[in-house]
Design a protein around this ligand. Sequence first.
Ligand code: BTN
Length: 240
Amino acid sequence: MSFRELDSTNNYALSLLSKNKPSEGTVISAWKQSDGRGQIGNYWESEAGKNITVSIVLYPSFVTVQEQFVLNQVISLGVVDFLSAKIDRGLRVKWPNDIYVGDKKIAGILIQNSLSQSKIQSSIAGIGINVNQTVFRSNAPNPTSLALETSSAYELEELLPQLCKAIETRYLEIRSQNFEKVRSDYLNCLYRFQEDALYQRTGTKEVFSGKIVGLTKTGRLILDTKKGEAIFSLKEIKFL
Ligand code: BTN
């Protein structure tokens, strides 16, 4: 389903789900979002008609609540696979699911799960990929786009099926219970994995150096620091 303007493709998908059960794999895209949503309540900047802004409806009932981070991994890897056909260097996933080229962000992902007892009942995978936008106005840190990285312009209508295919391929890996492959592929393209870097504890001035050494089963970040191993959730740590 493609729309000229929505407040947010994720909001539209949520409203569809509240009324009936759209089929798995329903893709909602918008030429313009008037209120694009980012992680932790942030705004997602996307110039009208220039970028991919989509939400995909999934029913991953085979994923438990404890395992739900695997969805972040699958969608991130799908976006990386899609982009790697166009950009041949420096593609990484910045934990938990920002897509980076070098030190710049090219895509963001907002996943909204609805839980039923211990399983995921439905999941909305919202994906924003900067494609033809070359000027960014918001204070989003270090944005980039396919056009900026490759000095070419792209037809959005051609890209969308490629993206969906890449995500479907990754989604089928977890549907066939291949969680381990997905976990190891994700670590292999994790930004700053096994590298010394600086971090800040959110809400404090505490800056410390550490090295990402792994993830917990629930997807929290494990850092090796001078004081030993420390575990962080998204709201607790800032990459400097
Ligand atoms: C982030 O990095 O903060 C996540 C950004 C997610 C943006 C996409 S664009 C399509 C979908 N609809 C939204 O309102 N947000 C996601």
